[in-house]
Design a protein around this ligand. Structure first.
Ligand SMILES: Cc1cc2nc3c(=O)[nH]c(=O)nc-3n(C[C@H](O)[C@H](O)[C@H](O)COP(=O)(O)OP(=O)(O)OC[C@H]3O[C@@H](n4cnc5c(N)ncnc54)[C@H](O)[C@@H]3O)c2cc1C
Length: 467
């Protein structure tokens, strides 16, 4: 009756995993994607390019080796955008191949063009001419694009958004980053590591409010050390283009001259082209689509996953949403998404956490003890020259369960998963105290932090006779 059992619009992490999960269940599946965008924002303009750029910056600047080899250590003196772009393009190319091969070996039909609804089971795919495709179930995974304030004139050269930063013709000497969200701060730290003088302008008084305060303070200290200037509680009133660069004028009257001004001011759901109304759907003013706990929209055979449904808008969560939506659409039993979701922020140095923060627990009046391990006290920390890294455990003194794990420094985004596994399995700090870890590793920081928390709890319990 229909051309396909499931049609997926968009091949970012959400769309890919939805298509493959349905194909694995024996369904006839197709994906629609625009030209040159296989893999979505994740592969082409967001996660993968930015994380590869970070790796290239760390390698070429030699930043992580300077503690061992001295402040002047560099792998390359003059780092050009060609040096940085070469690695990024290489990884993007490989990743696109991997996705194309995964889709084709699972017999997912790839349709190139822009999709729009013609009715609730029919999608028009516009390439050179419009092709009509029908499907029993449809998954919308169209993601987002950077939001551009209407008063700012972008030229993709001096006044840019985060998509354009990968296409600069030279490494700027000075850069203004407007917005200290995750994307803004990640790029601010990468360019600061390259030697760019970065000014971050943020309307709020704090940045990364959802992270552990102590860790954000440590990050700010490091970024200031790389010559980043923070302007919190300030906003940009106007940006004027100049013959060489742009002048950012703050509402307080301050003027900042920079080679480049990058706006990182939120993202807008990509729903404008979808003609949602033809399917009986609508998006909110930020282009987002409302879904229920199974990612079904108000039209039950149409699902939406990934950034287009809003928070947390991560590749990691989008993939899982796609898989769960496809399973539900195919009538398979579906578990709910696990509530323990790690957050990784690839600043230099990187941050990662899972579970509650000290602020969350204090607000909710949940008592906790803190156990800390500093990399400089670990043999691995000395070997790799990371003296600033730290791991913090938040432990319940009542039942010794882990309530939160916060990591700052080398390998933070990998290390956090040890804590996530212990927490997910309902483990206590006793497991970490008694476990034997490889030596010398950064993973050992779990044991050191667990012992620290345990000793503090024991000292208090001795006084109160509770231990
Ligand atoms: C700079 C940056 C860094 C990031 N870093 C990280 C990170 O480190 N870790 C992390 O987990 N997440 C990160 N993210 C977020 C991550 O990229 C997104 O959460 C993820 O890509 C969302 O996946 P998605 O499936 O919703 O869609 P997307 O990846 O946004 O892909 C959507 C696709 O749909 C296509 N599409 C849209 N409309 C149509 C249409 N009408 N017809 C056909 N195709 C259409 C688009 O062309 C696009 O290819 C980052 C994002 C950015 C911008």
């Amino acid at each position: 009756m229909y051309d396909f059992d499931l049609l997926v619009i968009g091949t970012g992490p959400g769309g890919q995993k939805a298509a493959i999960a349905a194909a694995k269940l024996g369904k006839k599946v197709a994906v629609v994607e625009k030209r040159d965008m296989l893999g979505g924002v994740c592969i082409n303009t967001g996660t993968i390019p930015s994380k590869t750029l970070r790796e290239a910056v760390l390698y070429l600047t030699g930043l992580n080796q300077r503690e061992l080899y001295g402040a002047s250590y560099r792998v390359k003196e003059e780092i050009t955008v060609a040096d940085l772009g070469m690695r990024t393009q290489h990884v993007i190319g490989r990743e696109v191949q991997v996705i194309r091969s995964q889709l084709s070996r699972n017999r997912v039909v790839m349709l190139q063009g822009t999709a729009r609804f013609l009715d609730e089971h029919t999608v028009g795919v516009t390439g050179d001419e419009e092709r009509k495709v029908t499907a029993e179930k449809i998954v919308i995974a169209t993601g987002t694009s950077p939001a551009r304030p209407p008063t700012v004139e972008f030229d993709d050269r001096t006044v840019i958004d985060s998509d354009a930063i990968m296409h600069l013709d030279r490494v700027p000497e000075t850069l203004v980053v407007v917005g200290a969200g995750v994307i803004g701060i990640e790029y601010a730290s990468m360019f600061a590591a390259l030697g760019t003088k970065v000014t971050v302008v943020e309307r709020r008084e704090r940045m990364l409010e959802f992270c552990d305060l102590e860790i954000v303070e440590a990050l700010k200290y490091h970024l200031r050390d790389l010559a980043v200037t923070f302007r919190f509680g300030e906003s940009v009133a106007a940006v004027e283009r100049r013959p060489r660069g742009a002048l950012a004028i703050l509402e307080s009257g301050k003027k900042i001259l920079a080679d480049c001004v990058m706006y990182s001011a939120g993202r807008q759901g990509k729903t404008a082209e979808l003609c949602l109304e033809a399917a009986g759907l609508a998006a909110d003013d930020r282009g987002r689509i409302d879904v229920d706990e199974n990612y079904a929209t108000p039209v039950p055979h149409i699902y939406a996953v990934g950034d287009v449904i809003g928070f947390p808008a991560l590749a990691a969560t989008s993939m899982e949403q796609g898989r769960l939506a496809a399973q539900h659409a195919c009538g398979e039993p579906v578990a709910n998404m696990h509530e323990l979701q790690p957050i990784g922020i690839y600043t230099i140095p990187e941050i990662s956490f899972v579970g509650k923060s000290e602020d969350d627990l204090t607000r909710d009046k949940i008592p906790f003890e803190v156990g800390i391990s500093r990399y400089r006290e670990l043999a691995r920390g000395q070997i790799i020259g990371d003296s600033y890294g730290m791991l913090k455990l938040l432990v319940s003194p009542d039942d010794r369960r882990l309530l939160g794990v916060h990591v700052f420094g080398t390998g933070a985004t990998e290390l956090v998963h040890i804590g996530q596994a212990v927490m997910g399995c309902g483990g206590t700090v006793d497991y970490l105290v008694n476990a034997v870890f490889n030596y010398p590793t950064l993973a050992e920081s779990y044991k050191v932090a667990a012992l620290d928390a345990m000793n503090k709890m024991r000292a208090i319990a001795r006084l109160t006779d509770e231990f």
